[in-house]
Write a protein that binds this ligand. Structure first.
Ligand code: IFM
Length: 401
């Protein structure tokens, strides 16, 4: 039986835009205004004001870590103008977590940008990297006592979104480029383009620039968090898998070879055959984001990340299931943890497991897929912990699945 790992992070994760509410100055807010039919984040879970309550629920349940993000669009509302009040807000979040015994895992960028950054050309603009670096320098000043920092969340999904936005901008009059949520419409079906490797390389430059700043100005361990698709080959299609996986995943894992840790995020697994990724047919096992029910994905993902990075320590920074059935969440997570600890027993250095998500939240254009350990009433913002929270807290107290 697996022994508890001392210092193992047992926690849950959120992202600013998905839970805070009224992220008015961000490019996603603009997108929600413009894309017909897209649901809006609105007040989200009002965690901007209720973060202490969220954290207390996690700590009381027995978890010892919370991954949350700081929102660039709030910290730098105009180019070069930094809000001391917002920096102080996020510092209070860090202090609250530490006071409650939750190790903060802080994400600096989770899909959203200040709208001015997007308007001036974003990551592919001339000033893209420099702008990010300047923002990271400002945030580094509030990170005292934070041991884990994630620079960019799911750069591979972000590269895909940047590519989709660029295609929409380049569209001819009359040509419609329908926006699709990368985590919902595109989850299990190959309807979205592959992430553009040029964008991916630019994001890797941004990550490396941020890492240099953080290593100079903080004591934190620095990494980024990659969406791992746990792709597997059908017989005879190993080369095809390698080819497909490079632009989607391995480029990003390779870029983390000198990091202090790699964040692995995996939800489901798909096969690759001679035609590419095999779409997941809708069936009784389909989750609310259209994925196959594959709790083994996290085991496949951490083993692959370990191999490609050449042995960089791993934190599972996201894993979970979009379901309205909380018993299913417990079954999925229990099995996922078994696969994760099997990999650890085989020598993969796993430092933590952060469940996605602490709260039911805004799933990038959709409210229906519920990933939370805690339900949130969208009118009153009342939090209702689900049995899965107490269950995960108990696993954390025991220190092993
Ligand atoms: O909600 C997202 C998160 O923002 C990034 N990783 C996948 C999650 C579930 O789709």
């Amino acid at each position: 039986m697996t022994r508890p790992v001392p210092g193992f992070l047992w926690g849950a994760a959120t992202a600013p835009h998905q839970v805070e509410g009224n992220n008015l100055n961000s490019d996603w807010w603009v997108r929600e205004e413009r894309v017909p039919g897209m649901e809006r984040s609105g007040d989200a879970c009002d965690s901007y004001h209720r973060y202490a309550e969220d954290m207390r629920l996690l700590a009381d349940a027995g978890l010892n870590s919370y991954r949350f993000g700081v929102e660039w669009a709030r910290i730098e509302p105009a180019p070069g103008h930094f809000s001391n009040a917002e920096l102080a807000h996020y510092r209070r979040m860090i202090d609250t977590a530490l006071d409650l015994g939750l190790k903060p895992v802080v994400t600096l960028h989770h899909f959203t940008h200040p709208r001015w950054f997007a308007e001036e050309g974003g990551w592919m603009g001339d000033a893209g990297i420099e702008r990010f670096e300047t923002y990271v320098k400002a945030v580094a000043g509030i990170l005292d006592g934070v041991e884990w920092v994630c620079t960019i969340n799911e750069p591979n999904m972000l590269a895909l979104m940047v590519g989709m936005s660029r295609a929409a901008q380049a569209a001819q009059p009359g040509e419609t480029k329908k926006w699709m949520s990368p985590t919902v419409e595109g989850a299990a079906r190959p309807v979205l383009p592959d992430p553009d490797p040029d964008v991916g390389r630019r994001l890797a430059d941004g990550h490396h620039a941020a890492r240099a700043v953080l290593r100079k100005d903080t004591d934190a361990k620095v990494g980024w968090t990659v969406a791992n698709q746990a792709l597997t080959p059908t017989p005879g299609n190993e080369d095809r898998l390698r080819e497909i996986r490079y632009d989607r995943e391995d480029l990003y894992l390779e870029a983390s070879r000198d990091d202090d840790f790699i964040g692995v995020q995996s939800y489901s697994s798909q096969a690759v055959d001679e035609n590419g990724i095999v779409p997941h047919p809708r069936g009784p096992d389909t989750t609310l984001t259209g994925n196959a029910y594959r709790p083994d994905a996290i085991g496949i993902a951490v083993r692959h990340a370990w191999e490609v990075t050449g042995g960089v320590p791993i934190v599972v920074t996201e894993n979970g299931i979009a379901t309205a059935d909380d018993d299913r969440r417990v079954s999925y997570t229990s099995e996922a943890l078994r696969h994760l600890f099997d990999a650890a027993d085989d020598g993969v250095d796993v430092r933590g497991y952060l469940h996605w998500s602490a709260l039911d939240n805004f799933e990038w254009g959709h409210w229906k897929p519920t990933f939370g350990l805690i339900a949130v009433d969208r009118e009153t913002f009342e939090r209702s912990p689900k049995p899965s929270l107490a269950w995960l807290g108990e696993v954390a107290r025991r220190g092993r699945p």
